[in-house]
Design a protein around this ligand. Structure first.
Ligand code: AMP
Ligand code: ZN
Length: 471
């Protein structure tokens, strides 16, 4: 029985989907104005773990993820410049070019991390008509009001506002700075539709003149268009709880008159060196930058798997080094299991399989599941352990089924000159910081049946022979 922590009820709950076989799930996607950083990517690794766990439990999924290519202002609460327009100005490209470029890079990053795409990807700019109609319904039903600059949602009409984060609006009101916009009835009222200021590039005709959507409305419109109401799961990062998701709930529930989402599931933040990631501190890393430093995207994936999705994860290069080393060790051990014809007693395999399932079903306890993996591979070398681990990899997605071929004709104790030459050339490539070439060479060496492990005293070459003994 799968249990998930629901932010709405603040407890772990048994997961019971609306339709017995198909889970309806929505995930807040990226704002495509820049490269995704490793914190963003941690949130999508979490989405992927959730989706893979649901599959593991036998469900199919109808998943929707939005791409925000308009309407996300610099602050989540409707102030500042539109992020897309800012990037467009700074990079001298049209907002559409910016969006297309960063959307492609985002999906390439997901692929490198073995993150499966949700079934439906929905771009905000493809849903402007629906957003206008939605705004109009909220106006017509008295949940919204018009000012000189926007159509705002009136949170006083929605008494349950704040239920997800438990914020106290009265104290927030008392503590609020003098509202920048005195036409707003409450500082937390948020824009459904903004009237375009002169010079604003992205604009569409609406009943209120030319304008563009607020950020929160796209997720309500697209989740209801593709999943209808109610649906099962809404996921995203914890930063979305107090504003973006409160606003989504207000919009959804006002329009439908019901509680639209059954399980709100949030992934915690990634910190860098114990602090916030920020451009001014120079600690905002992208996946490509990690690759340039010699890490595989799957080292980063393993690094993320080591911490539960509801705990903060502190990024350090030391942590990445140990993830990289653990993955190397894991691959070597697995090669030996794969090549073994020895069997493991079925009760041992079953016991590992049961513990693994229990860990996953307990609110995706992936770090515990990883511990089970690392214990299992210490068992005597056996193809049953290899097959067990392949089953675990349906969740971990560390490409453990793509181990290199083993040179099964060799029982040489000497390492062939061709391998030694490649190992030396790889040291040279690393000295020249050509990590891509070094990685390519490592793969070639693996294909020849050898594994090179970097140790403080230099590279160590291990032969994987047909008897599964490293020499
Ligand atoms: P954005 O493109 O800003 O909408 O963010 C995309 C996703 O990344 C959202 O789900 C955010 O919650 C998430 N996110 C942003 N910063 C971090 C971080 N430091 N750690 C983890 N997730 C983050
Ligand atoms: Zn959203």
């Amino acid at each position: 029985m799968l249990k998930l922590y629901n932010t709405l009820t603040r407890r772990k709950q048994e997961f019971i989907p609306i339709n017995a076989s198909e889970v309806l799930m929505y995930t807040c996607g990226p704002t495509v104005y820049n490269y995704a950083h490793i914190g963003n990517l941690r949130t999508y690794v979490f989405m992927d773990l959730l989706r893979r766990s649901l599959h593991y439990e036998g469900y199919t999924i109808k998943g929707v993820m939005n791409i925000t290519d308009v309407g996300h202002l610099m602050s989540d609460s409707d102030t500042g410049e539109d992020k897309m327009e800012m990037a467009s100005r700074e990079q001298r490209k049209s907002p559409l070019e910016i969006a297309a470029f960063y959307t492609d890079v985002f999906f390439a990053d997901l692929k490198k991390l073995n993150i499966n795409r949700p079934e439906i990807i929905a771009k905000a700019t493809d849903h402007i008509k629906e957003m206008i109609a939605y705004t109009k319904s909220l106006l017509d039903s008295g949940y919204a009001y018009e000012t000189s600059d926007a159509i705002y949602f009136d949170i006083s009409k929605f008494p349950r506002y704040g239920m997800l984060s438990g914020i106290d609006l009265d104290s927030q009101l008392a503590g609020a700075r003098v509202s920048i916009n005195d036409e707003k009835r409450h500082p937390a009222d948020f824009a459904l539709w903004k009237k375009a200021e002169p010079g604003h590039i992205m604009r569409w005709m609406s009943p209120w003149g030319e304008g563009y959507p607020g950020w929160h409305i796209e997720c309500s419109v697209m989740s209801q268009k593709y999943l209808h109401a109610p649906f099962d799961i809404h996921s995203g990062g914890v930063d979305h709880i107090p504003i973006h998701h409160e606003n989504e709930i207000a919009q959804n529930d006002a329009i439908t008159g019901i509680q639209t989402v059954n399980y709100w599931i949030h992934g915690e933040f990634m910190l860098v060196d114990g602090g916030k990631m920020s451009k001014s501190l120079g600690n905002v890393y992208t996946l490509s930058q990690l690759q340039d430093k010699g890490y595989s995207p799957l080292d980063f994936r393993l690094f993320c798997l080591n911490t539960h999705y509801r705990s903060k994860l502190n990024f350090t290069f030391q942590g990445m080094d140990s993830a990289k080393a653990s993955r190397e060790k894991l691959l070597i051990q697995l090669l030996r299991h794969r090549e073994s014809s020895v069997k493991t007693p079925s009760n041992i395999i079953e016991s590992y399989a049961n513990s693994f399932r229990q860990a996953i079903e307990d609110d995706l306890n992936v770090p515990l599941a990883l511990g089970i993996l690392f214990t299992a591979i210490k068992e005597a070398k056996s193809c049953d352990i290899y097959n067990l681990v392949l089953d675990f990899d349906k969740i971990f997605a560390l490409s453990l089924d793509e181990l290199p071929k083993v040179n099964d004709t060799s029982d040489e104790t000497l390492i062939p000159d061709s391998v030694v030459e490649l190992v030396n050339a790889r040291v040279e490539a690393k000295l020249q910081k050509n990590y891509a070439l070094a990685d390519e060479m490592r793969k070639k060496i693996l294909d020849m049946g050898y594994i090179v492990i970097d140790t403080p005293t230099g590279p160590k070459i291990t032969l994987v022979d047909k008897n599964n003994n490293a020499k």
